[in-house]
Design a protein around this ligand. Structure first.
Ligand code: NDP
Length: 350
């Protein structure tokens, strides 16, 4: 294939571009109309505090419903559904003004000074990209499921994979407000990692297991299915529990943890619950969940394990960066926390 052919094959068609643009327009409209809890974010390093309208779940459900109805009426083909991976809408608004605005130096800011919380027409781009990636992942999975059903290839493995991922994604949107106190929002700059990670990695590589199951048959024993469900359940409890405990602690440092008053170091850091077991127990939960998405594929190939392996590397690196950030920010208080909770992610191992 020469370069010209490659360019032509990679160029999006007018129809796909038009569909994508109308889709964004639709999402922008729906996002500003649909109700959503207005959540105050944490105070950022420049002293500002942003507010986020969390209507992602409603946006997602409406989207799936409309695509489903559209497909039934032959308005939206599965190909178009797949193409629409770039979805999502942020509805961040500054507390002082809910009116959207376009910054005159947007291009400069984008290319020469990657900001901590860039926005476009009142849309928080970081929130937008994460939301786009998560919705895209679900759409791709649903499309893979549809193909599987059409080709009469539905298996236990595919059902498990779809249920686990579907629950994880719905849970993300159900607890979307917790996102406002995560590293991505408070500390990560909008650069290659976020845009590429959210728009390419999340929707396309997280769904590798589904693609793989389309062309590979796996026989799962009952014990394997039960073990797989347990990995998902424990992972979910640790992941959601840890993130929830930290979020509640930030809102109310006296809120009980597991029914007892929390242990707090220097009035700033939580050392109870999951945060007293390891300094990033939430990463452990996420890694267990990621493994549970791949286990339905069996162990005959490493390909379906791309996501947990990628996440392991990402979270080990992320934990190191967060550790350095917290050591700098909290100084002696962090040193005391480290002494009290010596493990980073996995108790007694790491
Ligand atoms: P965290 O939610 O763990 O946020 C880290 C921040 O929390 C720190 O910078 C600090 O911020 C605060 N903090 C740390 N320890 C304590 C403590 N003991 N008490 C109170 N506050 C504390 O990190 P992430 O945003 O990276 O992760 C959030 C979730 O997202 C995780 O579950 C992770 O697994 C998941 N994730 C998933 C990815 C994926 O691709 N699937 C990628 C990345 C993350 P402060 O300065 O505000 O105190």
């Amino acid at each position: 294939m020469d370069l010209n052919q490659l360019f032509i094959s990679l160029s999006p068609s007018c129809t796909s571009v038009a569909m994508l643009l109308s889709f964004f327009l639709y999402l922008a409209t729906v996002g500003s109309i649909l109700p959503g809890k207005l959540v105050p974010g944490v105070t950022l390093s420049d002293g500002t505090r942003l507010h986020y309208r969390c209507n992602g779940l409603l946006s997602l459900l409406l989207l799936v419903l409309l695509l489903g109805v559209g497909s039934q009426m032959n308005l939206v083909s599965p190909t178009v559904t797949l193409m629409l991976y770039l979805v999502g809408l942020n509805s961040r608004a500054k507390s002082s003004s809910l009116k959207p605005h376009v910054s005159g130096n947007l291009i400069h800011d984008w290319w020469f000074g990657i900001q901590l919380n860039p926005e476009f027409m009142g849309i928080d781009l970081k929130f937008f990209f994460v939301r786009a990636g998560m919705m895209g992942w679900l759409l791709i999975n649903l499309s893979v499921l549809a193909k599987c059903i059409i080709e009469d290839k539905l298996s236990q493995s595919m059902i498990l994979y779809q249920i686990f991922c579907g629950l994880y994604i719905l849970d993300y949107f159900f607890y979307e407000e917790f996102m406002t106190s995560t590293w991505d929002i408070i500390a990560e700059r909008l650069g290659f990692m976020l845009v590429f990670g959210d728009l390419v990695f999340i929707p396309f590589t997280f769904s590798i297991q589904g693609w793989w199951l389309l062309s590979n048959k796996v026989e799962l024993k009952t014990a394997a299915i039960i073990a797989n469900c347990l990995v998902f359940l424990v992972g979910y409890l640790v992941f959601r529990g840890a993130n929830k405990q930290k979020h509640m602690f930030k809102k109310d440092p006296k809120a009980p943890i597991w029914g007892k008053p929390p242990k707090v170091i220097g009035g700033k850091l939580l050392a109870s619950g999951y945060w007293g077991i390891a300094r990033h127990c939430n990463y452990l939960g996420d890694l267990l969940l990621a493994s549970s998405f791949s286990l339905p594929c069996g162990i005959s190939s490493v390909v379906p394990y791309f996501y947990p392996i990628y996440l392991l590397i990402l979270l080990i690196w992320r934990e190191r960066r967060d550790e350095a950030r917290c050591a700098e920010k909290y100084k002696d208080v962090w040193a005391e926390y480290r002494k009290l909770v010596p493990y980073r992610i996995l108790p007694y191992v790491y």
